[in-house]
Structures are given as C-alpha cells and as structure tokens.
Design a protein around this ligand. Structure first.
Ligand SMILES: Cc1cc2nc3c(=O)[nH]c(=O)nc-3n(C[C@H](O)[C@H](O)[C@H](O)COP(=O)(O)O)c2cc1C
Length: 400
C-alpha cells in the first residue's frame, strides 16, 4: 500500500481500492499461501467505525481470529458487542472463501485463549457460492436508495441468508413500522450527538481525505459516507459546523424513507459467542444483498444507546432479548469503498531446526524463550494486566 501514497489522492485511492476489493489472482499455490489468502478475504469484512478490530493467527489447518482490544471504541461500544459482531463478519468471509477453495471451516469460540474464534479447516469439495462471489462487492452504503420495494423472492433470500444459529431476523417493510424505527433512530442519534465523548471518539475514526484513508488503512473515509473528500484541516472545521443533530436527523429521515425495508437482527442470548453469530448472520445477509445488487447500511442508534434498547425491544415484541443490529436495505448507487489495512497477522515466532545449536539442553531453553516471547506478544495485544505480564516474565528467572 505504501506505493499508493505517491501521486494525487484520487489516483492512489483508485489503485488502493483495486488492490483491496478483488478476488484472488489465480490459484493460491500451497497451503501456506492459501491460508494467507483466506485471511485476506476475512479482512474484507465490515467492522464498527472500520476499526478492523481483529488479528489473525495462522496454524497448520486452522486460522484463529482474535479481538484486537487496542481498537476498541469504549464510548459507542462499552461492552465490545460491535467488536465481537465484527469478528463474526470476518469469520463468515473466511468460511465462505475457504469453501470456495475446498476447505470446510468449523468455527469454535474459546474464552480461555483470550476470546479467540478458531476456524478449523477440513478438506472438502470446493463450492463457489454466490455469497463468496459477492465479497469484493459488499459495502455499507450510506446513501439514499430508490424507495422501491423488493420482490418477495428477494426478501426470502435475504431472510434465509441472515437467519443464523440462535439469531433471528425481523423485517419491517410497512411504512408505518419504518417510521416508528426512524423515531428511535432520531432519539438515539440526538442522544449520541449531544454526548461530547461520543462525537470525539467518532472524530478520531473519520478520515477526511483519500490520502488520510490510504495512510491509515482504516476508519471512516468521508467519501464512503457520501461527503466530500477534503484536506483534514478543512474537514475538521466543516465537521464542527455542520455535524449537528438536526442535519444528521434530517439525513436519517431521508435514508429511512428511501429504503425498501429495515431488518433487525436479534440473538437469543447476549455475550461474545452470540454476538459472533450475529456477525456471521449479518455478513451472510450483506453478501446475499450484494449478490442481488441490493444495498444495505446500519441504523444502529436504537441498539447503541443502552437506555433506548428496552423500549426498542418492546416495540419489536422480543421481550427481554437484546436487539443487536438495525439495518436498512434497498436499491441505490454504490459509494466509494472504504479502505483496509491487511497487516493484521499475529506473527508468532517459530523455533525450527535451523536454530538448533546441537545441544539439547540449550535448544530446550531457546524453545522456552520463543514460547515466552509469543505469550508476551499476545498478552500485549490482549492488554493483559501488569500482574499477568510479571508472572510470564518470571518464567525467565532461572530459579523459577
Ligand atoms: C457491528 C457493526 C456496527 C456498525 N455500526 C454502524 C453504524 O451504526 N452506522 C454506520 O453508518 N455504519 C456502521 N457500521 C458499518 C461500518 O462503519 C463499516 O462496516 C466500515 O466503515 C467499513 O465499510 P464497509 O462495510 O463498506 O466495508 C457498522 C459495522 C459493524 C460490523
């Protein structure tokens, strides 16, 4: 990506999206190249504020997806709900791409290993699904849509794709019900925009210019939200002037009224494992809609503002379940895609025979050193406590 930063922002942005939003260039040769390619597909997933809050660890016949807690958004997502939903989206891409490459992915969630989602891969017949084909096409499209309803068969396909294990999908396509959702969106949006901490956190993830988006490889690029691409100093100034509750609420009213419908994802239970399932379900929905040329975008204010959630659940009739995601859909223009940073592999140091000094006792010590280095590396990423770090470092003490 560094070569993309030369030239004008617009030219290099075009190059960057062509390099990012694409299928594999030919067959990946060998298992190691295949696993890296699957990780690349996994990164083409949506994440809250485009934080790309994931890390990947490649094993022999498995890939683990780990939360990157340094990319948390504590204000909008204090309990990491969106963070784990994002990991689920990434896992679904990985599993669809694995199947297209003759590997069946089985996902298992381990709280003990720092909340890792391990996808083990087993050989099978390759199946290139429409969902896999749509991975480079998928987008969170924050634009006005054309207001036309979808065909019944299209709604059925979306419902089938978005219903998951313990995750159900509620469709609202009647105008009256959609107006009720808009009321919740406006209420939630007004609360968030009057919260200084929310606005400050959001601002740290906004990328006002193409060059800024390319440099960071993350965050919310202005043009991907239908706003002009501007030098950061000007973008910051205009943001403070025009990012007002009234302007944003008017924008959301147009978004809702131009949509064909709204889908709400509701899991049977709460907690990271369930939120990952919500992410997998949403991602299948998003890929299915991309395959049909249908756009979608989030309207998550009613589920992000904790005080609103029970009222919204009451409106939906889901009792004390937590509504997880609110998504509008319809047909409309595609916007400039967001940019991604693919350097998220956790590099474990591996001890191999070339490191041997030929003395078993010393080799054994070196193996232990490498293992401790890897544990520390993960502990830093997982933001483990100083006590935990001290206990790991204590392993280096010859008397321990
Ligand atoms: C769990 C989750 C929550 C999200 N919440 C919102 C939201 O409230 N509003 C919004 O406009 N986009 C939301 N997004 C979309 C992300 O901003 C988007 O995925 C990211 O910017 C990358 O863009 P892309 O999806 O087009 O690749 C959310 C995405 C995820 C996975």
């Amino acid at each position: 990506m560094s070569s993309c930063t030369s030239g004008t922002g617009a030219e290099s942005y075009e190059t960057a999206i062509q390099n990012t939003w694409r299928h594999s260039k030919g067959e990946p040769g060998g298992q190691s190249a295949l696993l890296r390619e699957l990780v690349r597909y996994a990164t083409l997933a949506p994440s809250s504020h485009n934080t790309q809050c994931w890390r990947f660890r490649i094993e022999d016949a498995a890939i683990s997806i780990l939360p990157d807690l340094s990319r948390r958004c504590p204000v909008v997502d204090p309990d990491d709900h969106h963070l784990f939903v994002s990991l689920g989206c990434s896992a679904e891409n990985l599993i669809q791409a694995a199947l297209a490459n003759g590997r069946m992915g089985h996902a298992a969630f381990y709280t003990a290993g720092g909340n890792a989602l391990r996808v083990s891969l087993e050989s099978t017949h390759a199946v290139t699904s429409a969902l896999f084909q749509a991975i480079p096409e998928r987008q969170s499209t924050r634009a006005e849509y054309d207001g036309k309803p979808l065909a019944r068969q299209e709604l059925e396909l979306l419902e089938r794709a978005g219903t998951g294990s313990g995750v159900r999908l509620i469709f609202l396509t009647e105008r009256e019900a959609m107006e009720r959702v808009l009321e919740y969106v406006v209420q939630g949006n007004t609360t968030q925009m009057n919260d200084r901490a929310f606005v400050e956190e959001l601002k740290t993830w906004i990328r006002f210019s193409a060059n800024e988006a390319i440099r960071t490889g993350d965050g919310l690029y202005s043009a991907s939200s239908g706003n002009p691409s501007l030098p950061p100093w000007l973008g910051n100034l205009l943001f403070d002037l025009f990012f007002t509750p009234k302007n944003e609420n008017d924008r959301y009213a147009k978004y809702v009224r131009s949509s064909a419908g709204i889908a709400v994802f509701v899991a049977d239970d709460a907690g990271p494992a369930h939120w990952i399932e919500v992410g997998r379900s949403y991602e299948r929905f998003a890929l299915q809609s991309a395959a049909l040329g249908i756009r979608n975008a989030f309207l998550n204010q009613p589920v992000e503002v904790a005080a609103l959630r029970p009222q919204f659940a009451g409106f939906l009739g889901v009792g004390n379940r937590r509504p997880d995601l609110v998504v509008r859909f319809g047909r409309g223009p595609k916007l400039p895609p967001s940019l991604l940073d693919r350097r998220r592999l956790v590099k474990d140091m591996a001890w191999s025979r070339v490191l041997s000094v030929g003395v078993e006792e010393i080799d054994e010590d070196h193996r232990k050193l490498v293992a401790i280095f890897n544990i520390l590396n993960h502990a830093v990423i997982d933001r483990e406590s100083p006590e935990y770090m001290a206990a790991v470092l204590d392993e280096l003490n010859p008397s321990s």
